[in-house]
Design a protein around this ligand. Sequence first.
Ligand SMILES: Nc1ncnc2c1ncn2[C@@H]1O[C@H](COP(=O)(O)OP(=O)(O)OP(=O)(O)O)[C@@H](O)[C@H]1O
Length: 605
Amino acid sequence: MATSLAPTTDPGPATGGERRSAVRALLRLWPYVRPVRARWTGAAVVAVVASCLGLVFPLVLKWIVDGPVADRDPGGVWLGAGVLLALGLAEALLFGLRRWLVARPLAGVEAAMRADLYRHLQRLPVAFHDRWASGQLLSRATTDLMVVRMFLAFPLTFLIVNGVTIVAGLALLVVQDWGLGLVLLAPAVPLIAVCYRFEHGYADASRRAQDQVGDLTTVVEESVLGIRIIKGFGRHRSQARAFRDLSRTLRGTELVKARLLAGILAVITLLPEAALGAALVLGTVQVADGGLSAGTLVAFLSTALALRWPIESIGFLLAMSQEAATATRRFFEVMDEPEETEPDAVAPGAVAGGDGLRFDGVEFRYPDAEAGSVPTLRRVDLHIRSGETMALVGATGSGKTTLTALVPRLYDVTGGRITLDGRDIAAMSRAELRTLVSMAFEEPTLFSASVAENVRMGAPGAGDAELERALGVAQADFVARLPQGAATEVGEQGLSLSGGQRQRLALARSVVGAPRFLILDDPLSALDVHTEAAVEAALRRVLADSTALVVAHRPSTVLLADRVALLSEGRVTAVGTHHELLRTNAEYRHLMSGDDTDPERAAQA
Ligand SMILES: Nc1ncnc2c1ncn2[C@@H]1O[C@H](COP(=O)(O)OP(=O)(O)OP(=O)(O)O)[C@@H](O)[C@H]1O
């Protein structure tokens, strides 16, 4: 996973097209909402009923004022008060029921989306993870999905509930007194225009903020993982500065959002309040003139007041919806990335007797390489015979790691083909390829699990005997001295172990399944010479049964191999035994001896 400060291909702020399609973005949630649609709809209906019950209060008030109060009938007043109390209780119970109906299903929706995202991330090619910063993926899997759940639980329901309540309330107002009703309706047109403008401005700010949260997450993750380097080099101040700068940028964006929200809330509150004030004055004049009953005015004003919350809430409901649309887009940006492909047709069976590992005219260019640049690997032809061990030697940056990464298809060749026992790996299922090929890298990656679990990742069905054998080959005798032996947890990334111990566990993981093909990328670099010699002796026995490609920098590792291939600027320029190449190839001699004579000049000499 890339851990650069900024995501290299981080999608920028929402474009105009993206902004217009907030509804379209949210509609993409339907497959996840579908299984809970009945409960969600039930909850929305319950909320609409509860909210509309609020509009009955003014009608009861009108009855109390024009009836029992005008007639001085205390019994009627008590009856009215009882009805109001019952209405209040019913409203509270219905809102409680709504919450109960949606809480569990929506937690399920969030969990299902998160599981899908995680599954998809596992299936995306390594090239995708090279491009995306880890914090961007973490923030999408956590914050964004939480925003989506909250949108489904609250703003979506209440945009509908409040919409219905506002329409019903305005209808009641117009029926009660159409003149005063029209006064209250007057702000509707400017309000719609303001909401429309707000949506556009808020979409941009919300996209920026959510991307910046991703960048911030990346910095935090990098700082935690790289704490030893940061402390060792005394970089905590510069790291803290980088963090502060990013959080200041995020704070700025959040303030832009807050300003936009404050603006719309001010307008949404002010205009209806002004209209209400005007209606109050007009209504009082009408009551004084005898054109309107006091009860009707009380009912009218109570209805208008009951509509205050539904109207005022629209601002932040729209803001939360916009954030959910952005979160949904960010989720699907990852989900829309194509997964690793599986072959249409299965490769024909292996050549009898085995043909080993072949690179036929292999060419490779990293997906993010500049167009027209020289490919990392060019016309690589190499044959590692069945049961043979081939060392791969080359100057730093010559493409050794890249070549080894092509065999387990961490990347796909961009030209030529690779065959295992005569079968093109591009026509094999990845599952089958992974059973045939095993690998260990120079940088050993361990997971927060026990030693045994880490090693068994190489062959999930491996029994205790295989585990012991693999630990023996890797000379991982230190495992027996750990507090719980192979059951000891190694901590996050195995950081409780030394570099050499981690390398030996990674090596044990690569050999535990006795793989047919073994790819080792300089796996002994962190070992002292004595341990390296012991591991090599044990590896020689394992390698006798496997076809192996071993990246090597030191003569001691090269001596493990039957033959050596020299990789020079992405091309195999010589193949032979260690002694042949020492005799005939100046570049090889230079690499192995560590002498600093210019190989070109040495060759000319
Ligand atoms: N993920 C990547 N995206 C783009 N270019 C890459 C990527 N990984 C490596 N490269 C480039 O490919 C070239 C070969 O790198 P590679 O790691 O294969 O070299 P190497 O021979 O293994 O080097 P070393 O001995 O230092 O490990 C280098 O120029 C490197 O910058």
